[in-house]
Write a protein that binds this ligand. Structure first.
Ligand code: MG
Length: 203
């Protein structure tokens, strides 16, 4: 499996990192080894001094597809969860300055904690899903799928032009404003609506 991630999908977050609001989706990938499941703790890696959280809605891909039309895209995911796109912001900033790829900053081991997936049939409106992140009990991020620049369907249509989607892939759909650093000892809790779906302790 692979993890496809969308960058800059909420205009306020693009602005907080001084990035332009994109006219087409920006995507990158994390490998299978980036997965962190079952509320396992995240161990702060030695290669960074500035790991940031980015809470995101995550799609679970349920069938193979390429060149998927937007009007059919909703058939290609069957679950929605919440995840954290851990980012080594110091390494990412260096890579950006040099025009180099982001893999070191984004694709490292266990950089993608993901909750269980809730069946899409349990959501009354896929374009109005509220989610949020608490750090040590304080709300630091909140977003709504309705605020995304590119919808779930638009993301699937765009990405599948380049990369075949396969059953079991995850799609991280971008983070709202409020990203920030974590320290050893922090406790992250991610919610969809009022349900805490993900706990991640930083060790
Ligand atoms: Mg992200």
């Amino acid at each position: 499996m692979k993890i496809i991630c969308i960058g800059r999908n909420y205009s306020e977050h693009a602005r907080e990192l001084n990035n332009p609001v994109p006219s087409e989706p920006v995507f990158f990938m994390k490998p299978e080894s980036a997965q962190l499941r079952n509320n396992q703790p995240f161990f702060y890696p030695e290669f960074s001094k500035d790991i940031h959280y980015e809470a995101e809605l995550v799609l679970h891909v349920c069938k193979v597809g390429r060149n998927i039309q937007e009007k059919f895209a909703s058939a290609y995911f069957d679950g929605i969860g919440v995840g954290i796109d851990f980012t080594a912001r110091d390494l990412q900033q260096k890579a950006k300055e040099k025009g180099l790829p982001w893999e070191m900053a984004k694709a490292f081991d266990f950089s993608a904690p993901v909750s269980k997936f809730i069946p899409v049939t349990q959501f009354p409106d896929l374009h109005n899903i509220r989610f949020g992140l608490f750090k040590n009990g304080v709300k630091v991020q909140e977003g709504n799928s309705g605020e995304m620049i590119f919808s779930f369907e638009a993301i699937i249509a765009y990405v599948s032009q380049f990369v075949t989607l396969k059953q079991g892939d995850y799609i991280f759909t971008g983070t709202p404003a409020g990203v920030g650093p974590v320290q050893i000892g922090d406790r992250l809790e991610a919610f969809i609506g009022d349900d805490r779906l993900l706990l991640c302790n930083i060790r």
